[in-house]
Design a protein around this ligand. Structure first.
Ligand code: INI
Length: 162
């Protein structure tokens, strides 16, 4: 069996992060976690670019703009959609998730999903660097792995053996 497994080495790789300003009490620590993860895995500081957008709804269009620059090996989406009491949550979350998935599949650039969708602010805080870890860090780790595994697949050629 031939297996491909990504590593987490970030040397020479470039990452674009798109982060939502809505709920920035939560999204700033997600960004800090993602950046910290990339730096600790060897990504150069000037190979990380972060773009702020107003809210999670705006993430897909900014991700698409970054994807089409050709500058990035992977992108990371960061945001926090908190349910509260209105149906707005459902519209924002479903538009944002399907939009992000479409950008990834249409451009072929891996996009890590570091957007919290929670019932409460407390649940979001738990996932932004407190007792449930930091989902920004986790999303960055997934991006590193995807870049590596896609590079291996593209190096693997047609599969024909001499
Ligand atoms: N944007 C978020 O990122 N999180 C939310 O919880 C949220 N809620 O609940 O309203 C939210 N709304 C704003 C939305 O993303 C857009 O920025 C806005 O509608 C302007 O297009």
């Amino acid at each position: 069996m031939i297996e491909y497994r990504g590593d987490m080495r970030g040397e020479g790789r470039r990452f674009g992060l798109v982060v939502s300003r809505f709920n920035d009490l939560i999204t700033r620590p997600l960004l800090t976690g993602a950046e910290d993860c990339l730096l600790r895995h060897g990504v150069a500081p000037d190979a990380i670019e972060a773009v702020w957008v107003p809210g999670a709804w705006e993430l897909p269009v900014a991700l698409r703009a970054l994807a089409t620059t050709g500058r990035f090996d992977a992108l990371i989406a960061l945001g926090a959609v908190i349910r509260g009491a209105t149906p707005h949550f459902e519209y924002v979350s479903s538009g944002m998730t399907s939009g992000i998935a479409a950008v990834g599949s249409e451009t072929g650039i891996p996009i890590s999903f570091g957007v919290l969708t929670t019932e409460s602010i407390e649940q979001a805080i738990e996932r932004a660097g407190t007792k449930a870890g930091n989902k920004g860090w986790d999303a960055a780790l997934a991006a590193l792995e995807m870049v590596s595994v896609l590079a291996q697949l593209s190096d693997s050629g047609s599969g024909e053996r001499a």
